[in-house]
Design a protein around this ligand. Structure first.
Ligand code: SAM
Ligand code: SF4
Length: 329
């Protein structure tokens, strides 16, 4: 069976697919308040997304994460979940959500084969949650988390972007919330994607080590070598089932073990989150509908240009002009 191996010998086994650039939130670190979204004809159809996902699985991809934008705002997205969930050689279908529509879809998604979910949660204070997301209602998200727990997914992970002076005082309360419910949690360092106006990214920066120092005041953290196929590095708190992860694109470069590529909803195959190297897969699937060989050729070309690493610098932001919602975070 063909495999996806880049010039540095890294095997690509993980595809993150953005299924929409739209979202019902406007998180301050992710989007600007006024966003212009893509016109429909530039967006891959659900059938095109399914075909591309399937081709990647034929090429040895074992894990697909659907993301966005907010995946659950795309009309009929369940159809894509069902298609990918039925692929025999795919070990894991998962997705990242802001949780606002989760209570409505949790049961159906579980039935389509999703075993793990990531839910973003940056604050447990309703006012602050609204401020950070500009729109979101904390209550709805907590309801979504409860329904995910009730549906018995194998693993649920919370993702929290921590910004100094905005929510760094909630590092411990978010951890207590996760531990109390048997959920994993990952703390994410903010990445300089897209030009945002609300805060200075350099000043808001919180390193993963600073967060571990805060946590160590109340909990013992034991490093582990556990890996879920993503960029998080995990610690454990003795006596609890939860994993505590840190995604540290600035302070702890994780590129040497990179096993992933991203597909934007416009069909751009991005070979690295922090670089613009890409291959246009939309033009291939539209010029040769249903032709797996042509698509495979294009994906293979991507392996030749996957960069060795990213260079994020807080001072010269943003180096990458696309926002996280178009990138497929
Ligand atoms: N809408 C879904 C959600 O919020 O979970 C999925 C898409 S969102 C872009 C995926 C993840 O990226 C979220 O956990 C979000 O917090 C994170 N994110 C967005 N912008 C970011 C940035 N500039 N730096 C770091 N993480 C970011
Ligand atoms: Fe939407 Fe997710 Fe971006 Fe927030 S982080 S604006 S929920 S896509």
């Amino acid at each position: 069976m063909a495999k996806l191996i880049d010039r540095f010998g890294r095997e690509v086994t993980y595809l993150r697919m953005s299924v929409t650039d739209r979202c019902d939130f406007r998180c301050v670190y992710c989007m600007s308040e006024d966003m212009t979204f893509l016109p429909k004809e530039q967006v891959l159809t659900l059938e095109e997304l399914a075909f591309i996902g399937e081709t990647f699985v034929d090429l040895g991809v074992k894990k697909i994460r659907l993301t966005g934008g907010e995946p659950l705002v795309r009309h009929n997205v369940q159809q894509l979940f069902r298609h990918l969930g039925a692929l025999e050689n795919l070990d894991e279908l998962t997705f990242t959500t802001n949780g606002s529509h989760l209570s409505q879809y949790a049961t159906e998604l579980k039935e389509s084969g999703v075993k793990r979910i990531n839910i973003s949660l940056d604050s447990l204070k309703a006012d602050r949650f609204k401020e950070l997301t500009r729109i979101g209602k904390l209550e709805k998200v907590l309801e979504g988390i409860d329904s995910a727990i009730a549906n018995g997914f194998d693993r649920i992970k919370l993702n929290a972007v921590i910004l100094s002076g905005r929510n760094d005082d909630e590092v411990l309360s978010l951890l207590r919330y996760a531990l109390g419910r048997g959920l994993d949690i990952s703390y994410i360092e903010e990445m300089p994607l897209g030009a945002i106006t609300e805060h200075n990214r350099g000043e808001a920066f919180c390193s993963s080590q600073a967060l571990r120092d805060i946590i160590s005041e109340e909990f013992e953290l034991i490093p582990t070598s556990e890996n879920t196929g993503g960029p998080s590095r995990y610690w454990r708190v003795p006596g609890y089932d939860s994993r505590v992860g840190f995604i540290s694109p600035h302070s702890e470069n994780f590129c040497d073990t990179c096993n992933r590529v991203r597909l934007t909803v416009e069909g751009r195959l991005l070979l690295c989150l922090g670089n613009e190297h890409s291959i246009d897969l939309r033009s291939v699937v539209r010029a040769y509908p249903g032709d797996k060989e042509k698509l495979t050729e294009a994906i293979m070309q991507g392996m030749e240009i996957k960069p060795e690493r990213h260079y994020f610098e807080l001072e010269n932001e943003p180096q990458i002009l696309r926002f996280m919602n178009t990138t497929g975070g």
